[in-house]
Design a binder for this molecule. Sequence first.
Ligand SMILES: [Zn+2]
Length: 869
Amino acid sequence: MTEFLKEKTVFQRLPENVIPVHYEIMLEPNLEDFNFAGETNITIKVVESTSKIILNSLDLLIDEAKLEVEDGRVLIGNTTMYNESETAAIVFDTLIPKGNSILRLKFTGTLNSRLNGFYRAKYTIEGEVRHAACTQFEPTGARRCFPCWDEPNFKATFQFVLVVPKDKVALNNMPEVSSIEHPTNSSLRVVKFDTTPMMSTYITAVYVGEADFIESKTNSGVVVRVFTPKGEAETGRFSLDLAVKTLEFFDDYFKVPYPLPKADMIAISEYYGGAMENWGLVTFRETALLVDPVKTSVARKKRVASTVMHELAHMWFGNLVTMEWWTDLWLKEGFATFCSYLSGDKLLPSYEFINSMFSDCYGSAFHLDCLRSSHPIEVPVSSPNEIDEIFDEISYSKGSVLINMIHNFIGDEFFRNGMNMYLRKFAYKNSKTEDLWEALGEASSLPVKSVMSTWTRQMGFPLISVSIKQVGGVQKLEFSQERFIADGSKDENGLRWMVPITAVSEKSQTVPFATFLLDRSSEDIIIDSKVAEGWIKVNYGQLGFYRVKYSEELLKRLVPPLKSMTLPPLDRLGIVTDVDALVQAGKSSTVDLLELFWAYQSEDSYVVWSSICSGLSRLQNICEIMGYKKPMDSYTRKLLQKVLSMLGWNAVEGEKVTTGSFRARILLHAGLAGDKSVLEESRRRFKRHLDCVELIPADLRAAIYCIVMAFGDKETFETLKKLFNEESSSEERQRIGSAFGQARDESILHEVLEFSESEHVRKQESVLLLGAVASSQLGQQLAWNYYKEKHEDLVRKFPGAWHIGNVIQSFTSSFASEERAKEVEEFFSKHPAGVEMTVKQCVESIRLNAGWLTRDGESLKKYLDKYAE
Ligand SMILES: [Zn+2]
């Protein structure tokens, strides 16, 4: 027995000698005592005769284990739990014969408050605290609810039975088939659900609680419902309408129908992630599903839309076809993310989804993947913490970017055909990355697998250097590639990619004069003398996942078309974000970037400004550390002047849907940089809002709350806190909570940290408050000290690696000194948080900031001196 324990402390996949075929699961949650009783009858197929069955189980007490063998015998099992490996071994004193048997288990568990497994979610109705019972399983939480083969490749069918209080709503992946009064307790009812198709454990789900709903149907008859808090059914309308359209869109796009009879979506009061794609019962945090006609901003509505579309894309990618193991997590996450932009572009064109893919996905992927501590998209993982840690920007953002790149490389028609082949071939089964490449390759007759393997099997991405030269009588454009590493160092492994290169020129602005695959370290192409004279823009439309470094001459030529906005918005964005990245890597100077920003003064595209604002925030962080915040603020105010007066304060009739978000972003930056008129107007509007004279439009609320708090005092904080406490809308609470972090007074920030532990704060809001405090240098120091003090509590509070990883990242990654890097490194080597990869990434980021400061600090000061007032 001891030997067995030792061997299992290293995480291993479950043995495949016994395979689950069908589960009958009965759960009876007790919403007062916060525990549950359960029974499961699992039809298993014994492939190799054995006397021991190993399956996953965690935090459950298995009281009884029996096995009904095909010949009618009933064997009694002896159960041992292994917490370390999250398994249970059921041992029988005789060999179980090959073939089908039924494993009958009785168990009990706690309805925990960790928002993972089978948990209780707190909510309030008229001041009364109540609880719902719900589930969050991905990736390894199902084993906390019922003993099971909790790995994605063990697909089986499931039938759930819930025993619930009569007046509660009971939901599962499948529709209800019967509901009868409990035979011995008339206050309970027994609800039986239909059997699911073949599926993985991590997408099963149940919900027991109170809810209202609204309902609709797709053109193929699938029932779609949105469940909301009591009395708020209409806040589900936007998501309901969109869900119907989205399911119809994907039905048509992939030519594979949505396989279940219903699609439910439900908002849960306490919820750590954004949403979870349980098949037929998608769960969301309230802010990711509900839209209030007055309180919801366009930016939030867009997030709701993209979350709904992302989760519904999973009904095909992830649920119907599932990755064989978490190594290929990116397959479903990258795809669902890509699909949300694809469908968003078609279903909500005014929201400009495709444009935001570049600031959202490309931006985040570049940001993480330039680190030495990044990881390849296909990554070996074994422990639950390791699995948790790869739910990151590499799997989601880089995944979606690569799909976008290949979509463009092979074209939409071949892409659709390939996807259809892939979905049909692997429906109700599992697949690996290369299965997808094979399908797309077969559909397009292009070398998809060899191109894409260079992107998924190695980490990082290339920097393409471009220069122009005259050789003899001909003009040549020289392209070379090397791995782009954030600190500017050379890659000792000489990694190379198959890079789809495209380039347009002043003479041919919309049709690329060059399109080729760069697979060597460098390549020259001969160009027309007319092309050679004007500007040249590489990576047309920014579809390729690579950075471009232009020679000085070529970069200079790009300034006029930037100023005149002759280049399309995404290309204008590409130029500035590439230079920004080169600055951070020490391959270009910060002063050059600040100079380049002036070319964008009259820029009218939100997506471009959104990237510039992110760049400005990073610079502001660096300047704050140097004690040069004021001159940097003054530079920022001047830079934003034109766009600020272009956008004004008020919506103009007929303006784009996204203009409100654009306006809010610019006002926020200008306001935080101390623009007096913005500050005054923010205060005036805030007062009128408080006095109920004129409510602030939803789009502007976050910006105004932040600005008044940044320049406010204790009284401002108390006012905001009162608003927070009295508010029931999660979205509004989130906005106010984020604004708390803008306080520049240490005692207020301390209070926010304390407040994050208050019972008035929902679990997910406490993560938000902690992150908000860490948004300034002052706050970050306080937050880090707080973290060191509370390390153990926090690790316990946030289950799994994902949340604690996020907290650690927001608390440390903006520091900028070697001392801090060492401190963080040493702290976590003494007090591990189970997120080694994240800690490495944070430490690397701190060192990058430190390097940047040392390299460019002096010249930056000198440049900013002219803005000092
Ligand atoms: Zn997802």
